[in-house]
Design a protein around this ligand. Structure first.
Ligand code: HEM
Length: 170
């Protein structure tokens, strides 16, 4: 067990345990790169959230897919990502963003507390890598063609989050 001790959380599942090892429900028994039709969130539950305003799950699925499509086409940057299959990473990003913006909390049900700084500790995030990440995210955000205010809200968040995750000097 090399994982650092997770922060205490109120989640009923232990943090950071891969979904295959916990719980007996159908969705928690699935590989984390997949969602089932039964996992479709009920839009009524998230009314009024930014998640709902920008188009719900479909929008965040497209955003994560476009981001990782762009990363996948950049051999140098792609080399930082540990897995040969980017689909599970795509799903983690999608679910994290859905949760962050007021949608379903599937991310934490599967992964525990986000603790993004800790999860990024294995990767060198200097200003170069931050800017490359942001460039790929820019492509993804542009693909959504959101109204200007929503786009600015999303972009401002990514810009601040990417700066806050820096963990290495240039
Ligand atoms: C600043 C430059 C960044 C770099 C170089 C970077 C790099 C990475 C890498 C290499 C991974 C591992 C891929 C995986 O297995 O999931 C990862 C995971 C992840 N990143 Fe980033 N990232 C950056 C910024 C961000 C930002 C700004 C966010 C959120 C707004 C974010 C959200 C995530 C999430 C949710 C995961 C999956 C965490 C998990 O559950 O394991 N990253 N990132």
């Amino acid at each position: 067990m090399n994982e650092p001790t997770p922060e205490p959380t109120s989640a009923h599942e232990p943090a950071l345990i891969p979904v295959r090892q916990v719980g007996a429900s159908l969705s928690s028994a699935l590989p984390e790169g997949r969602l089932t039709p039964g996992d479709e969130p009920d839009p009524a539950l998230y009314e009024g959230s930014f998640y709902a305003q920008v188009g719900g799950r479909e929008t965040f699925a497209k955003l994560a897919e476009k981001f990782y499509e762009s990363v996948g086409a950049d051999a140098e940057f792609r080399a930082m990502y540990p897995e040969t299959d980017l689909r599970p990473a795509t799903m983690r990003l999608q679910l994290f963003l859905e949760q962050y913006w007021g949608g379903p909390s599937t991310y934490s049900e599967r992964r525990g507390h986000p603790r993004l700084r800790m999860r990024h500790a294995p990767y060198t995030i200097n200003s170069h890598n931050r800017d490359v990440w942001l460039r790929h995210m820019r492509t993804a955000v542009d693909s959504l063609e959101l109204p200007p205010l929503q786009e600015a809200t999303l972009w401002d968040y990514f810009d601040r989050a990417a700066h806050s995750l820096m963990n290495a000097p240039d």
